[in-house]
Design a protein around this ligand. Structure first.
Ligand code: HSE
Length: 407
């Protein structure tokens, strides 16, 4: 029997406890041992839980219990999760987390402590909810030089955009629905402003390229400025709007990383990923494109990934799984304004099409009433900004701009 503790009994934590209890026999046959929930840490009371007597409000009871070999951190946020996880690792316990904020902010340090202590620090659930992505990238694709990773990494925003695209639903109503379904973060600003997706692409970039990428080094835009007009114009050009986290390795060895809404062509695998589903494309030099798809948020999908890591830790109590990246200082990341992309522009003003053509060169355009939408050729964002200024100088009002994803 392996004793484990779960810190946090919210959406994901209660899902982890549920799977460990309801799938006990299935897990026993995979591991050859019982996984026993010895303690659950939460400040709230859960008198109706089948394991109500195992709840504690005191972290020290978990830390000091030598029988507890694996600790699950599903509290979310940095405080006190960072301190608790660090202390558990230093006490020789393996830690499994779904906390992308923690891994994106402190992954390199926590991996290094785990290495020193010869224990495991695993976080499959931190990216893509129930989709296997950390383990496949770390193991199955290990023979590849990865050139690019791009994905729809946030279920809440994908759900909102899907409702806007398919049902013409207003942004606020779709967000409320996503919150009611348990997809959104406690503070949904992290979802809609792109920070959650940014943390996830940082984790994947760190894993793919071996150096920690901190969220502060990544230009991040959310979906709050996306309108139904943009959705409709995008469709007219043959695209859907998706919030994309993307990192590419450039020929100079540096990486180009961004989180932003993008126009994704209908022909892209990522264009058909709807609702709370996530999709992640990994471009390997041996495999070509590999696409991972599944539920990126929600109680049981996320808990499924956590439990898989718990089983892995239980199987490897004496040996470490190799999962590691070094710390990074951002010197391997290009300035986001030097990133090259074609752009979508929605604008209005007399003679906008002719003026836009003069400024941008060759464009595709669609007119609807007073508004013009256009697609430019590829250029650096720095060039794009100066051309937008020039266009506004000609009396054209720019209403929105969105990158076009070559994915
Ligand atoms: N709020 C996150 C999402 C939860 O919507 O994807 C899963 O990380």
């Amino acid at each position: 029997m392996v004793s484990v503790a779960i810190m946090g009994h919210g959406v994901v934590g209660s899902g982890v406890a549920e799977i460990l209890l309801t799938h006990k026999q299935k897990l026993f046959s995979g591991l050859g041992e019982e996984i026993y929930i010895k303690k659950i840490l939460d400040l709230r009371e859960f008198p109706d839980s089948p394991v109500a007597e195992r709840f504690t409000k005191n972290f020290e009871e978990i830390l000091g219990d030598l029988e507890i070999r694996v600790v699950v951190e599903v509290m979310g946020g940095l405080n006190p999760a960072y301190d608790y996880v660090k202390r558990c690792l230093k006490a020789g316990k393996s830690v499994v987390t779904s906390n992308k904020e923690l891994v994106a902010a402190h992954g390199a340090e926590l991996l290094s402590i785990a290495k020193e202590e010869n224990v495991n620090f695993m976080f499959e659930a931190s990216v893509g909810g129930g989709i296997p992505i950390i383990r496949p990238m770390n193991q199955c694709l290990v023979a590849n030089n990865v050139g690019e990773v791009a994905g729809i990494l946030n279920g809440t925003t994908n759900f909102i955009l899907t409702k806007m695209i398919e049902d013409g639903m207003q942004f606020a109503d779709a967000l409320k629905l996503a919150q009611d379904l348990g997809f959104a973060e406690r503070n949904p600003a992290a979802d809609i402003e792109g920070h959650d997706a940014c943390r996830k692409i940082c984790i994947l970039a760190s894993l793919a390229f071996g150096k920690h990428v901190y969220p502060e080094s990544v230009h991040t835009e959310g979906i709050t400025a996306i309108t139904l007009e943009d959705v409709n114009f995008a469709e007219a050009f043959g695209y859907v709007i998706k919030l994309i986290g993307r990192v590419k390795k450039l020929e100079n060895g540096k990486i180009d990383i961004i989180t932003a809404p993008m126009l994704v062509p209908f022909k892209s695998q990522l264009s058909n990923i709807v609702n709370e589903f996530n999709g992640i494309m990994v471009r390997g030099d041996c495999t070509g494109d590999v696409v991972f798809y599944g539920k990126g948020a929600g109680k049981l999908p996320t808990a499924s990934a956590v439990v898989a890591d718990v089983v892995d830790c239980c199987k490897h109590l004496k040996a470490r799984r190799f999962l590691f990246w070094a710390d990074g200082d951002g010197s391997n990341i290009i300035d986001w304004r030097d990133s090259v992309s074609a752009m979508y522009v929605r604008c209005s003003g007399e003679g906008a099409a002719e003026k836009a053509e003069q400024v941008f060169g060759e464009i595709d355009s669609v007119k609807d009433g007073d508004e013009l939408a256009l697609l430019t050729q590829e250029m650096s964002y720095r060039d794009f900004e100066s051309k937008c200024k020039a266009l506004e100088g000609e009396g054209v009002t720019i209403l929105s701009t969105i990158r076009i994803g070559d994915i």
